[in-house]
Each structure stands twice: as structure tokens, then as C-alpha cells.
Design a protein around this ligand. Sequence first.
Ligand SMILES: [Zn+2]
Length: 212
Amino acid sequence: MKLLGRVLSEILNGLAPSLCAACDEPASGAFCEACGQNFQKPPERLVAGVPLLIAGAYAPPLSTAILRFKYQGRAELSRSLSRLVAPALGTLGLPADAVLVPVPLHPKRLATRGYNQAALLAQELGRSSGLSCRPRLLARARETERQVGKARDARLTNAADAFLVRQRGARHAVVVDDVVTTGATVRACAQALARGGIELCAVVALAEAFGD
Ligand SMILES: [Zn+2]
């Protein structure tokens, strides 16, 4: 029954006309023409010493779409949003054995939200790139306090040692998150991966935001 439901939703997704991730108007890509006009492409940069691949700056229409994706139960937006970064993923020259590793969500927040947005993105990127997705490779080592509203320094120390490697067997990893802010979370993931003998090759996120 579960499988049937998944097959049906795949079929329905395939048949449904593409809608703008920010406003639900018809769209040929992730955004309709009106929203797409405001879309800002980001400059290239490094985070934790590796390339940071993002779709754009954390501004409308992308930020609108991400808020809907994360906080309004619109899990299906992972599909159109992942397409914003999927083509560039293929240009990074990643090792063939690189695995996609989403930043784990705290179990309490996972229970409230019902899904980890980073894991959904990683799954979609795995489908389009052929890289395997390892949603349970990293785990939260301890509860990190909500980072929203914290001073930058407090946030930086807060994230250190927050993660640990729970599964072995991978050598290269691409960390996937929805939004990168200070990069503290990504650096904490990189540290955990390094302790587990896994090399971080790149970071993929939908957007980059500076401060809150
Ligand atoms: Zn729109």
C-alpha cells in the first residue's frame, strides 16, 4: 500500500503542470516569469575549504520558496528546488564514489515537521546525478540549541562537535543543506566527516544568507 501510494504520487507529480515554487503560478522552471525576474545568482565561494554550490542569494523568490518548503509543509518543492542546483553539481568534478549527505535535522524538529528538507533535497539530487544519497551517515551528537536569534559567536561555538558519523564505508562526501548562513553547521559536519575518515568534497545548498 505504501509502495502503491509512492508510485501514484510519482505519476501524479509527473502529470502535474509545473508550478512556481514561490507563488504557485504556472512555470516552466522552478519559478514563474514574474518571480524569476527577481532571482539573484550568487558569487562563487568556498566554505569549509571546499566549493559551495548554491542556487542563489536568500532573497525572494528563492527565500519565499524555501520558507514554503520548510515551514508550510510543501515537501514536494524539493523536486523543483533541487533542479536549481542539479546541473551545476555535474560540473564540480566529484569523485565517482562521492555520497550525498544531508545535514541531519534534530529528531524533535523532524517529528514536528515530518520531514528533513535537506534529506529530501539530497534524495532528488541523488536521482538526477546518479550519486548515492546517505541520509543517515551523519547524526546529531547532541541537541544544538535553535540557532535563530543567537549572536554570531555563540552560534559558531554552538555548532562545534554537533555531529558524528554513524555509518562507515564512504570516502568522499557532499554535504547538502537548505540554507548556509555562517557556515558553522557545514564546518561542524566537515569536522565530523574528517573524524570518520571521510573527505568533504563540496557543499550544496539552495541559498546563502548572511545573518538572520
Ligand atoms: Zn511565481
